[in-house]
Design a protein around this ligand. Structure first.
Ligand code: SF4
Ligand code: SF4
Length: 311
């Protein structure tokens, strides 16, 4: 499919607007999109211990939308959920991607290091496949909290020994650049924006958990519309009450993500705007820490804001 320069510029403008970037960056973003569209940025998307929610979230992309993303930009060698290929042809596509040094490896889901047969693709344990693909890849992006930190598969008692991609690679000394995009699921703009940044500018500035600072640099709580209620100790203690949701277990105080300024579903709403607590889906200890159930009657909670709980 031939895509005009005008289309690249239009989509680049949408991306710049969605990331709050200067319009001056439009030409550079347009060239990143062109690189994606012409297959110079081939992607291999592997799924391990996952629910496919991250892939579904990707399809909720707004700018560009899912049809444009898949037909114009993503040069997918293989994607376990979206590709039509199965059996030997799927295996062939995976091997082709692994043989291409330009491939960006995207991993969704945790790696069952303690029970390798728990996830096998084409007869090969997922752990081995991920390591083989990561060795030759240009970069690795771990999408979702399972892939970034272990997530729900790693929740106690973790019978499969589920672990993050970073840990699986570290154990065998693989040093390919790796970016974590936690979230259960991650916002589509976090995934698309990181891919574009990786292509055009390189690996973005990362924090100690290898997360892009631009997206995960601030506590959600600090920009929450209920922050004034928190300061004034106006807490909702039952569903439907007005006020800050801290006493119902809101984990915005220990979760770094930009949901409070970005919104979800095209900015229509997000967890707290819908009066749900933030369950901390993007934080490292998500689902692993019994001290942080998703909801609770939290009258005695004393968690200080500003500290990120990691386990
Ligand atoms: S505790 Fe939750 S609801 Fe309250 S201000 Fe912080 S993020 Fe918002
Ligand atoms: S508000 Fe909290 S639970 Fe909701 S998507 Fe953002 S990080 Fe996840």
């Amino acid at each position: 499919m031939t895509i005009s320069r005008r289309t690249f510029l239009k989509d680049a403008g949408l991306i710049a607007a969605s990331f709050g970037l200067s319009p001056l960056l439009k030409p550079s973003l347009a060239s990143a999109l062109e690189e994606l569209a012409t297959g110079r940025a081939p992607i291999l998307w592997l799924q391990g211990q996952s629910c496919s929610g991250c892939s579904v979230s990707l399809l909720n992309s707004e700018s560009p939308g899912p049809a444009e993303l898949l037909t114009r930009y993503l040069s997918l060698y293989f994607h376990q959920t979206l590709s039509a290929a199965t059996g030997p042809s799927a295996r062939k596509a995976v091997e082709k991607a692994i043989g291409d040094k330009n491939t960006i490896l995207v991993v969704e889901g945790a790696v069952p290091l303690g029970m390798q047969d728990a996830c096998v693709i084409g007869g090969e344990p997922f752990a081995e496949l991920v390591r083989r693909a990561a060795t030759s890849a240009r970069a690795v992006i771990s999408v979702g909290t399972c892939s970034s930190f272990g997530g729900i598969p790693a929740a106690p008692p973790n019978p499969t020994g589920a672990t993050s991609v970073a840990e699986a690679l570290k154990q065998v000394g693989i040093t390919t650049p790796l970016i974590n995009l936690p979230g259960c699921p991650p916002h589509p703009a976090w995934m698309v924006g990181t891919l574009i940044h990786l292509l055009k500018v390189g690996v973005p500035e990362l924090d100690e958990h290898r997360r892009p600072v631009r997206t995960y640099g601030q506590l959600l709580h600090d920009l929450c519309p209920y922050y004034a209620d928190y300061q004034a100790k106006r807490f909702a203690t039952a569903i439907g009450e007005k006020g800050c949701l801290f006493k119902q277990g809101c984990q915005g105080v220990v979760t770094r993500a930009d949901c409070s300024r970005r919104g979800w579903n095209g900015g229509v709403s997000w967890c707290l705007q819908a009066r749900s607590v933030c369950i901390g889906c993007a934080r490292p200890g998500f689902a692993a820490d019994p001290e942080f159930p998703f909801f609770r009657f939290n009258e005695n909670a004393s968690q200080e804001s500003g500290k990120e709980v990691t386990s």
